[in-house]
Design a protein around this ligand. Structure first.
Ligand SMILES: [Zn+2]
Length: 178
């Protein structure tokens, strides 16, 4: 039962740095978001983030920086919970989720206990990185845009028209384009 879905907008996924270390496949056009501060953190760990840059370029990953009021609210909330060790990147992620919340169903992907703790307390859905996380909310399938046929095997081309099939994320239990 998901009564909220009618009133809340599309679901978006907000990613922290651990999501990138885990190598999340952001091939679909789903709403993936992160912040500049998080990307900076990733840049420090991973020498090459060309793949991430490419995702930003094609628009599959959007980099948004929340306004100061959201940052302040996120920091205050964390402090009240006794989470004093969250980095600016951590806070920016929670602030971004706050900013997106009014019009989206937000899931935060993080392996950081502190971030997950605060995010849950604020009412956000929290997932851990790809193996346990993303798959809880969706599955990757291969899809032919021309024939509108879904393949759940590793086909690279459509067996009907021969066009290249694309990966897309669908909500579990529904292969339809909601
Ligand atoms: Zn086809």
């Amino acid at each position: 039962m998901r009564g909220k879905e009618g009133s809340i907008g599309s679901s978006v996924i907000v990613l922290d740095a651990t999501a990138f270390y885990a190598g999340i496949p952001l091939l679909s056009s789903s709403g993936f978001y992160t912040t500049t501060a998080v990307l900076e953190e990733v840049r420090h760990i991973k020498k090459s983030i060309e793949a991430v840059d490419l995702l930003v370029e094609v628009g599959n990953l959007r980099v948004l920086d929340p306004g100061g009021e959201y940052t302040l609210k996120a920091r205050e909330y964390a402090e009240r919970m006794g989470e004093h060790r969250l980095s600016d990147a951590d806070i920016s992620l929670i602030a971004l989720a706050l900013m997106l919340m009014p019009s989206h169903e937000v899931t935060i992907v993080t392996d950081d206990y502190g971030v997950a703790n605060v995010a849950r307390a604020m009412g956000f859905r929290v997932s851990h990185t790809i193996s346990k996380g993303i798959r809880e909310i969706g599955v990757w399938v291969r899809y032919c845009k021309v024939c509108k046929v879904t393949y759940d095997d590793a086909s690279r081309v459509c067996r009907i028209c021969g066009n290249e099939v694309r990966l897309r994320l669908v909500r579990r239990g529904s292969a339809n384009d909601a």
